[in-house]
Design a protein around this ligand. Structure first.
Ligand SMILES: N[C@@H](CCC(=O)N[C@@H](CS)C(=O)NCC(=O)O)C(=O)O
Length: 174
């Protein structure tokens, strides 16, 4: 499974129920990780660097985010493989919920939006129409729904924001 092995870090706090949730999920998925204890009254530079807006734990850090070039493409390849799992849940259906959207469509809809922005910013193809055609078609249908479309932030503004955020992240990681 992608994510197994080195490079995953969890910033947590021993008493946090939210960090506990992530520990359980990582164990369940057999993803090895390095646990980094934070101090909520004296937040670490690492926490402020990785979660500069909310400044909260838990934060999951994966080496893929800091990669460029061939390594970034490898990370995207792993992501595309993982998306096949999602693809399989769409077989014979228009939406994850069936004929109309349901809980899962709402839960994973952000992936399509996020992938699209990241494709633009990082120039890496994340949702591959040949590898996951159902997912590609689902996203197009999902985006056409008025209630989904109406709530999306302005895409040009979001693109500028994502570019800035990406630049900030890259600068922090180098
Ligand atoms: N919505 C977040 C909540 C995270 C959260 O509230 N974390 C607390 C610790 S349990 C925190 O970091 N608090 C520090 C602060 O609010 O400054 C999640 O579900 O993970």
């Amino acid at each position: 499974m992608a994510g197994n092995g080195d490079g995953v870090q969890l910033l947590g706090y021993w008493a946090s129920p939210f960090a506990l949730r992530i520990k359980w999920a990582l164990k369940l998925k057999e993803i090895h990780y390095e646990y980094v204890e934070d101090h909520l009254l004296d937040k670490s530079p690492m926490l402020l660097q990785y979660n500069p807006v909310h400044k909260k734990i838990p934060v999951l850090v994966h080496k893929a985010f800091s990669k460029v070039g061939a390594e970034q493409e490898q990370a995207a390849k792993e992501l595309r493989e993982n998306l096949k799992t999602l693809e399989s849940a769409l077989e014979g259906k228009h939406f994850f919920g069936g004929e109309t959207i349901g809980f899962l469509d709402i839960a994973v809809g952000w992936i399509g939006c996020w992938a699209r922005m990241n494709e633009e910013v990082a120039g890496v193809n994340m949702i591959d129409v040949e590898m996951t055609p159902l997912l590609g078609a689902w996203f197009q249908k999902f985006l056409k729904l008025p209630i989904i479309k109406e709530c999306l932030p302005p895409q040009d503004k979001l693109l500028v924001h994502t570019k800035e955020f990406h630049k900030m992240l890259m600068a922090a990681l180098t």
